[in-house]
Design a protein around this ligand. Structure first.
Ligand code: XIL
Length: 331
């Protein structure tokens, strides 16, 4: 029954502490979120399908409400995301004849989208995930085979960053991806960002999603990824952190509560990871969790639908988990 300190206050002077939110979680848990987090990211409501479901039809009600919440509580906003292969409506890639859009048409749609969305929130987003998950996981391919790549070519990244920079010259622009610590993928991410920097593309940071688990990845791999990315002279953000109770291949659905052993592993992992992250707070300027508390996490639907997971620092009733106390005490 100690009065919990605020999570973000424990890391003040080191990095921002963020959470993915929605208008629904802000409505149900706004006080709790404002107490513990000083950065928020729209979990879904600023993605392409939400803000431009049909061509030229922009729907900003939800995003506006998130910005209003942020402004009234003095909370910073990370923008997520402008270019992705998921949650982007089909019309974007279709031409007037029903076939695929031409390169010119797709680029003009990209520009309209980015200028409209980034322009609307100009000066109110400290960092944008301009391109999300463009790298392939499999060893033999570099770029993920998406409609963006297929119809525009690798140049789509350069264009997207340039368009975002035109629309908000002061926003930090990020490339964001997952499996960011696995050696094969981290080298591909490094090479991609290095090549963009060499072409003078306005890119300022790499987002590490950090969808990890209580079992891995090894700290050493995380450290190596941070060092490699930081060697490019860009900022780093942890953008979507959670520590799943399951390894990805584990499809068990019968667990109704986390075991003691799981909770212990989780608190140890959070402690170890944050000790490492704190040692890089000169380049690592923001750490966002993909959710605010265990009552709402995308891992309840992914990779197994309808299985409960407990990946965050607060219980379903928003009381702190042991991992939270470890972080507060050690910070
Ligand atoms: C997820 C959301 O959490 C889910 O609600 C939605 O159904 C799918 O997208 N990588 C990302 C995030 O960059 O946008 C994803 O968010 C999780 C994986």
């Amino acid at each position: 029954n100690r009065e919990p300190l605020s999570l973000y206050q424990a890391f003040q002077g080191q990095f921002k502490i963020g959470a993915a939110v929605s208008t629904a979680t802000l409505r149900s848990s706004g006080d709790f979120i404002a107490k513990h987090y000083n950065s928020i990211t729209a979990e879904n409501q600023m993605k392409f399908e939400h803000v431009q479901p049909q061509e030229g039809l922009y729907t900003f009600e939800a995003a506006d409400a998130i910005f209003d919440f942020a402004a009234s509580h003095g909370i910073a906003v990370r923008g997520h995301t402008l270019v992705w292969h998921n949650q982007t409506p089909d019309w974007v890639f279709e031409g007037p004849d029903g076939g695929p859009a031409s390169k010119e048409l797709l680029l003009s749609r990209l520009k309209a989208h980015i200028h409209t969305v980034v322009g609307r929130y100009k000066g109110r987003v400290y960092a944008w995930d301009v391109v999300n998950e463009a790298i392939e996981d499999k060893q033999d391919l570099v770029m993920r085979n998406t409609k963006w790549l297929e119809l525009i070519g690798e140049d789509y990244l350069r264009h997207a960053f340039q368009m975002a920079h035109e629309a908000d010259p002061k926003a930090l622009l990020f490339y964001n991806d997952y499996n960011e610590i696995t050696p094969v993928k981290r080298d591909k991410i490094y090479n991609l960002v290095r090549s963009l920097l060499n072409q003078d593309v306005p890119i300022h940071g790499i987002g590490m999603q950090a969808h990890w688990s209580i079992y891995g990845p090894p700290l050493e791999e995380i450290k190596q990824a941070i060092e490699l990315y930081a060697s490019l002279g860009v900022q780093l953000h942890i953008t979507e952190m959670d520590l799943s109770m399951f390894v990805h291949e584990d499809t068990r659905t019968d667990l109704l509560a986390p075991t003691e052993q799981m909770l212990e592993l989780q608190q140890q992992r959070y402690e170890d990871i944050f000790r490492l992250l704190r040692s890089y707070s000169d380049v690592l300027t923001s750490v966002t969790f993909w959710g605010a508390a265990d009552d709402h996490t995308w891992l309840d639907q992914f990779p197994v639908r309808g299985r409960k997971n407990w990946p965050l620092l607060f219980q379903e009733d928003h009381t702190p988990k042991p991992a939270y106390w470890r972080l507060i005490e050690k910070s």
